[in-house]
Design a protein around this ligand. Sequence first.
Ligand code: NAD
Length: 499
Amino acid sequence: MTTRVPLYIDGEFVQSKSQQWIDVTNPATQEVIAQAPCATQDEMAAAVASAKKAFLTWKETPVSERARVMMRYQALLKEHHDEIAEILASETGKTFDDAKGDVWRGIEVVEHAANIPSLLMGETVENVARGIDTYSYTQPLGVCAGITPFNFPAMIPLWMFPLAIACGNTFILKPSEQDPLTPTRLVELFEQAGAPKGVLQVIHGAKEQVDFILDEPAVKAISFVGSVPVGQYIYRRGTENMKRVQAFAGAKNHCVIMPDANKSQVISNLVGASVGAAGQRCMAISVAVFVGAAKEWIPEVAAELKKVRPGAWDNKDAAYGPLISPQAKQRVESMIAQGQAEGATLMVDGRDCQVEGFPNGNWVGPTMFSDVTTDMEIYKNEIFGPVLCTTTTDTLEEAIELVNANPYGNGTSLFTASGAAARKYQHEIEVGQVGINIPIPVPLPFFSFTGWKGSFFGDLHAYGKQAVRFYSETKTITARWFESDIADASGPNMTIHLK
Ligand code: NAD
């Protein structure tokens, strides 16, 4: 019988009573490997009630005890790293190395969450007025929630619940319905790490379950990662309901290549960053902008891309896996056809890709266009497949203008040997995460994930100090103690009792 993914409510893994179940498939074979429920209203209400109750004791739990849960969790995740990656590969199709990377980036956030006592430190100023001091505390919000996408089923849930919970909140997670098995395993290990009952709840489902979270008054803050239209919807409806919302959305990331760059580095980095993970990364390079004479390298990039082959997760020679679903494959292939119709030159065509032994996989081979212009749909929209668009400019200034005119602002990179060009680019570019000779500049968790413009709706970003501020309130206290109230030291009962 197919595995039915449980909900996690009030510290118990429970089978949903739902009549609606969503198939979870292996994208390399279409085999149904599990079914995820669409949680019922009663089940979601029970999750909220438990999260509210657990908050009352969890917020009073000493911060060092909360940190120790994260330390034990980090150790367990490391111990089970390969096993989690195998589950992840089975439902996403990612290669084993890529799946391990997905888990590892999450482990790094848990490490960061273990440092919570220092992150929660407030500020103090003595003598803001004569005899008066002001100091601040960082206090949790209450029940927070997270809604996650399919493409990083370990890393992105781990961006959210460990830090929110370390801050003293309780958390309701609604993972992607396309790969719920990985988050389930993450939650089992969280329980094993000693997280008390009710601190974390998991409800599965799709739009109806997200709408429940958006409208539930007890939910104080929502973290979302996913596509642009859903991110905009969640930001609007969540803030309309007076909640704090951070929504990380889609992207179009440009790599600008100067003629003085290291050519072999450029070519190998472009190949990996554009088609790695089948292009299903929000920080994938989807546009390469060749400046001046660098355009002569375009045919060599195409030649390298042609050598890259997708394959099954356990095939060591596979560069990347299948797309997540037949619908995603169909969408990417129709965008390739659209690019051709719009007049871009299709230098590498990944349609009709076959992988031996896996005739039903959602394969799309590496694909590359040249002569792409900014009015084309393939330039304007996130393709989210292994497709690289290339274009050219005469100068760095023109390249900066092109990137800045794009509505997205998640990531960008510049390849150059010139410090002056790098300084100009990093200063003038209107994108939140910039790589200099680094193609996918995702900051480690002691910084924050700082997408800009149409790639992010909200104010405070994921992980790092910004996430701690997102998941907490600052309380500022101004205090005056009157010297005249100090009791006479020679009087009785002045012993200090320490417990
Ligand atoms: P998606 O928007 O389809 O789904 C994300 C989540 O929203 C899922 O949990 C899903 O159940 C829910 N959802 C889907 N439709 C909904 C609706 N109409 N109403 C309410 N909830 C809904 O995204 P996806 O396809 O799972 O993920 C891929 C997208 O995520 C890409 O656009 C990618 O760029 C983006 N992404 C962004 C970042 C970032 O940090 N900026 C990181 C990873 C992925």
